[in-house]
Ligand binder design. Sequence first.
Ligand code: S3P
Length: 423
Amino acid sequence: MPEIVSPARRVDGMITLPGDKSISHRYAMLGAIADGTTTLANFSTGADCQSTLRCVEALGAKIERREGIVTIEGTRLTEPAAQLDAGNSGSTIRMLSGILAAQPFTSRIGGDESLSRRPMQRVMTPLDQMGASIEARDGKFPPLTIHGRPLQAIDYTLPVASAQVKSCVLLAGLFAKGDTIVREPVRTRDHTEIALREFGAEIEIERRVIALREGARLTGRELTVPGDLSSAAFFLVAALLMPEANLLIHGVGLNPTRSSLLDFLVSMGAAIKVIDVQQTGGELVGDLRVRASKISGGVIDGAMTAALIDEIPALAVLGAASEHGLTVRDASELRVKETDRIATLEANFSRMGVKMEAAPDGFHIAGRQTFHAAEVDSEGDHRIAMAFAIAALAADGPSVIQGAEAAAVSFPEFFSTLRQITT
Ligand code: S3P
């Protein structure tokens, strides 16, 4: 379904965001296998996290959704009656595979067309080393058929910077014989480590080496999911594109493995203030105030690319409006997200008359470019839909966002929130 977005001059008001997508997945999975009841406030409203809930429900966990609270009764998982549906969600299929690999039954898990094109060897390899037996379409794509087995712990060095793969191995490690070690080449989001500790697992972290002790017993918890900083990114960029802006975003997750976004924006000149930081469930949460700013431009590469991987579509839009533009390197992972994001950025910028030079593992986008009103297309990718809705605010006339409904994958309230803060 298309959405029409008109140009705006001003972004202001106060908003709260749905719960963080990454944290919601992890709490739902751990709640499903923990002893007792887990109660989750501000659980993500995104379709991806609903896919995770439906999967664990099909595996025997009892789920109740009432007035924004999700309650999960943990259980010994049972064989699902049908193929599990991860929808559009890479996190669901990759992380849940770790749990399924250890169960005393066979399960099948697949998803939509986009998910069916995404690489799964990255989780199949370590799970195979732990003793599981997994079949995939063409040896690498969903659906996966996972024959659960008793698992043996491994010491695994991640070949790609991926929190999903790290999490998959750690979740499998919960059921394995021996201590599970995961070594990361660069730091990735650590929500699984924090959540495992919250639910009662013994986990030690030294630099980028994570050790999960054998025989963890997880216990249900009462937790509040912080607002999603990756969703906040679109509104921060919207504010920074406008000549006038004063926006307060309330209760956003500020985990240091996610908050490089704020450091990067501030390094480019953004007037962002972090207010009232607190801790909940081991995660940092605070309010963000953003005001209109002059943005210089910047380079994203190396470890910074991994830390900003989900925010690059939004930052690309800001880059085109910045003084000196944006260069992104070491980002071949962008090619295997919900879409090939280098290609979908390039195609949509071109429709808006914005020039972008693509490379196999990144791109350069010059600054001070003019956004022309256009018909853009998300190609079913939530972050592309939202990035170009923001770009449309800075255009010279109303733009049409085709496939706008994709935003619901992480943020169903995106377009209504956008209308609420723009004039
Ligand atoms: C996620 C990890 C990242 C990220 C995705 C969510 C997670 O994927 O892009 O949106 O919750 O662990 P990779 O692990 O593929 O880098």
